[in-house]
Design a protein around this ligand. Structure first.
Ligand code: ADP
Ligand code: F6P
Length: 484
């Protein structure tokens, strides 16, 4: 049978993302278990998809044997296997050593290798075929993120009956940077297979439209691209968010309140706790923020009795060279700062290189007086929104990089430029000394924003716009409202 003619499936709503919401993990005893996968994409999409009993096509996070589709709490999970070689060339290579740095302002130098590109095509084809097989006639397929930019076009060729949406969770670079990519035209054409291409910010959608006009030569008007076959593709911004209510409920629960108090006690009950929570990624500006804090201690602006910095970093992409270098740099920096400036029982930086359950994250957010989020570039940054959602008493300060997508919505945060260490120090001090009234004014406004714009709102707006965009080519004018 030709692979170009897949059989149709029975799912009406399908998410296609590089990762499943669960990672397969082999325990030391050899047993297999599943645990929540890292990153903002899973945090955002999992509650929406669980509530709607859709299907999720993704990679289980290892290169072990391929697992058959299974159901988890009503959600159908369709695992896609990748080989060890594809792990190196597709995941670590093209996704995370070519596209990731290129799309994040070239914070690190992207590498271009032709064999990595070939692996990217192969894996994208596998995902497209799985989606074509899983989708019911006329189904809605929502493809996610930079790892799968060729899937929309591949899927459209296999199944022209589908409504196809694409959402990019990370920034989309300006024309000058994107144009470095040897395969720029193929990627743009891949994305144009969708009816709707969504971005975090309007600027990113604008970059895409400009690139399509200049590099592919299609006619565009405002947010629309006119293809030679008569199809119209729309590009627009849909800022992603969190399950705000779930975070609020968690933060207000008795065990979380108790745990937050215990965290403060364990840190020696300083006047103020600064907190950083990130995947250990060079785009997040962890080194710069820890240096800024250590200088405040070294200069005597803050004392170790009054302030501690708690930095939590989830291990991420550990075999990629830039990530290995970053881990060493942070280990060394923390050791040096604590060695030079700490006292017995009073480290300057309390550093945890580990992943935690959501309940523990909520306790950390409740325990912290000042949340410090300093990426050099970030699509959105959900950590900033999670912190705001957990500040039930309307207190606490958010220090936020102007280069995080979240800065466009959380305007009452203490905005900083992460490249400006002195500016960052001054703003951290300003947040430290702020009056409760001022903190309350800022936090209340930010809480209103995240409570009115939660992840259900994001998903519904994207899918409504997709239904509208797709209606021109399909007979389907409406789609059922999502359950939240
Ligand atoms: P990214 O998608 O680049 O990882 P985001 O800030 O948008 O960045 O999302 C990160 C998500 O991962 C958040 O939901 C956050 O709660 C979660 N997270 C970050 N660090 C940890 C950790 N150490 N343990 C558990 N979850 C974490
Ligand atoms: O949102 C950015 C993102 O890259 C997701 O696509 C990804 O799943 C997450 O961060 C974590 O990264 P990784 O899947 O490489 O561990």
């Amino acid at each position: 049978m030709s692979p170009r003619k897949p059989t149709q499936g029975s799912s009406d709503l399908i998410v296609v993302a590089n990762r499943l919401p669960l990672d397969r993990v082999v325990l030391p005893g050899g047993q297999t278990t599943w645990r929540t996968a890292p990153g903002g994409l899973v945090t955002a999409l999992e509650p929406v998809m669980r509530a709607n009993k859709g299907a999720w096509i993704g990679w289980p996070g290892d290169t072990g044997e391929t697992v058959k589709p299974f159901t988890d709490n009503g959600l159908t999970l369709v695992p896609i296997g990748i080989s060890q070689n594809e792990y190196t060339e597709y995941y670590e290579g093209f996704c995370n050593a070519t596209l990731w740095p290129l799309y994040h302002d070239v914070v690190a130098k992207p590498e271009f290798h032709r064999e990595w590109w070939d692996a990217y095509i192969d894996v994208n084809e596998r995902f497209a075929h799985a989606a074509a097989k899983q989708a019911a006639p006329g189904a809605t397929v929502w493809v996610h993120d930079y790892q799968l930019q060729l899937v929309p076009q591949m899927l459209r060729e296999l199944r022209p009956d589908l409504q196809i949406g694409f959402f990019l969770h990370i920034p989309f670079p300006p024309v000058e940077l994107f144009s470095q990519l040897p395969w720029r035209r193929q990627l743009l054409e891949g994305l144009l297979g969708a009816d709707l291409v969504g971005f975090q910010l309007p600027g990113a959608a604008g970059n895409f439209i400009r690139l399509v006009r200049q590099r592919v030569g299609h006619k565009t008007h405002r947010d629309q691209v006119y293809l030679p076959d008569g199809r119209v593709v729309r590009a627009a911004a849909f800022p992603i968010s969190i399950d705000t209510k779930a975070f609020e409920e968690l933060a207000g629960s008795e065990p979380v309140e108790r745990r937050a108090k215990q965290i403060r006690d364990d840190l020696g009950n300083p006047a103020k706790i600064f907190l950083g929570v990130d995947r250990l990624d060079y785009t997040k500006g962890i080194y710069a923020r820890l240096r800024a804090f250590s200088e405040l201690i070294a200069n005597g602006d803050l004392s170790v009795e009054d302030a501690v910095f708690l930095q939590v970093a989830t291990p991420s992409r550990e075999q990629v060279e830039q990530y290995r270098l970053l881990r060493n740099d942070i280990d060394q920096l923390v050791g040096r700062i604590n060695g030079d400036l700490g006292r017995i029982g009073r480290p300057v930086i309390s550093y945890l290189h580990s992943s935690f359950p959501r309940q523990e994250m909520a306790a950390l957010y409740r325990a912290a007086d000042i949340m410090v989020v300093t990426p050099f570039r970030d699509g959105m940054n959900l950590v900033a929104k999670e912190y705001v959602a957990c500040r039930l008493d309307g207190d606490g300060a958010l220090v936020l990089s102007e280069f995080a997508g979240a800065a466009e919505e959380l305007k009452q945060s203490y905005l900083i430029n992460p490249y400006d260490i002195n500016g960052m120090k001054a703003t951290m001090l300003q947040a430290y000394h702020a009056e409760p009234k001022e903190l309350g004014r800022r936090m209340r406004a930010m809480r209103k924003q995240v409570s009115e714009h939660d992840v259900a709102f994001w998903a519904q707006s994207f899918l409504d716009s997709l239904a509208e965009a797709g209606a021109a080519h399909h007979d389907k004018k409406t789609r059922p409202a999502l359950k939240t």
